[in-house]
Design a protein around this ligand. Structure first.
Ligand code: ADP
Ligand code: MG
Length: 337
């Protein structure tokens, strides 16, 4: 199937409202979204569009996330990735405001796709008896280095290798078994606190790395059928951005460049995958660590849910248009799970 491109438009923030930003993105219903500004007037189509009024629960139920969890239990490689400009709501969509404040637990209504998926997974696991083994690994890609977010101690880079049987894989990556919601949520918290973030003009807690949390679902099936190994991977991509807008300099601009380079590589792979099968050339997964790690879910046997996140503000117009174009390219990719 094709990836399901889903769009989420966050509400205007207080700052945006205060300085009088115009709202240039309007949902037209039926998956259509309209962008209108002085010299731009365009309509884009998605499987689903969630606008400012959509709750976290509506996004979970309406995006097909529940089905993705079930497919992972059935042994498929499933990936959900959130992308868009810094400050567009990626982390909020995946984790809720919990991504921002370590001290206060988020209200249950604000929990993101990740916690809702964990709950769904554990419910399924309980109803199927003890035949599901769950474990998690959590990585970030920071300045083209892969780091383990679960292993204790200072972050160190892990080698990314390739083998005929496994495809691309990370050597010595920690995988932690869990059986309860508290356990996996605490792994998520520990890991996301280790994530490399730095403050800049657009978002005080901007993530400067791509983060990949993978849940491995192994079903120890009855003796008659073989066991199944599925994965459910959540990818919080670092935001695309133009260096000028965020006031980045020095170390920050090195970060921005490596983020932009890997997003470009991802966009390139996606647009090549969008070509008809017969006309496809070589897909350059090796161009970045990100595309290597996503190779299986993008091109091969995976099922992907993409959540494009945008701000409705006139100030973000050009980044918003670029996110919308990026998402419409991905719409054409097909995979064979
Ligand atoms: P990103 O991860 O894309 O950089 P964040 O998820 O950190 O962006 O969101 C930026 C800000 O906007 C945060 O303060 C967040 O709480 C707020 N926000 C994002 N999406 C929503 C939403 N749907 N409803 C309310 N606030 C939101
Ligand atoms: Mg973020």
């Amino acid at each position: 199937p094709r990836p399901h491109p889903t769009l989420r438009v966050r509400p205007l923030t207080c700052t945006e409202t205060r300085r009088g930003d115009q709202q240039v993105v309007h949902s037209l219903g039926d998956g259509a979204v309209h962008v209108s500004a002085a010299r731009h007037d365009a309509t884009f189509g998605f499987s689903a569009v969630f606008d400012a009024g959509a709750s976290q629960e509506v996004v979970f139920e309406g995006s097909g996330m529940r089905q993705l969890v079930e497919l992972a239990i059935d042994g498929f490689s499933c990936t959900v990735f959130a992308f868009g400009q810094t400050g567009s709501g990626k982390t909020y969509t995946l984790m809720g405001p919990l991504g921002q404040s370590e001290t206060q637990p988020a209200s249950p209504a604000l929990l993101g796709l990740m916690q809702r998926s964990f709950t769904c997974l554990l419910e399924q696991s309980r109803s199927r008896g003890s035949d599901l083994a769950l474990s998690a690994s959590y990585l970030e890609i920071y300045n083209e280095q892969v780091r383990d977010l679960l292993s204790p101690g200072p972050p160190c880079a892990l080698p990314l290798r390739w083998s005929k049987t496994r495809g691309f894989y990370v050597e010595n990556q920690l995988s932690v078994e869990f059986e309860s919601l508290e356990a996996i949520v605490s792994l998520l918290l520990q890991g996301s606190q280790r994530r490399r973030t730095s403050a800049h003009a657009l978002n005080r807690h901007s993530s400067r790395s791509h983060a990949l949390l993978t849940i491995h679902v192994c079903s120890r099936a009855a003796s008659a059928c073989p066991s199944k190994q599925g994965t459910l991977c959540f990818v919080d991509l670092a935001g695309s951005e133009r260096v000028k807008e965020t006031g980045s300099s020095g170390e920050l601009s090195v970060e921005a460049n490596s983020i932009n380079r890997s997003l470009l590589a991802l966009g390139h792979c996606i647009s090549l995958l969008a070509k008809p099968r017969g006309k496809r050339t070589h897909i350059p997964y090796r161009d970045s660590k990100l595309t290597r790690l996503l190779a299986r879910s993008l091109g091969g046997s995976g099922i992907t849910l993409m959540v494009a996140c945008i701000s409705p503000s006139s100030r973000c117009l050009s980044e918003t248009l670029s996110t919308l174009h990026y998402a419409s390219r991905a719409r054409r990719v097909t995979t064979r799970p």
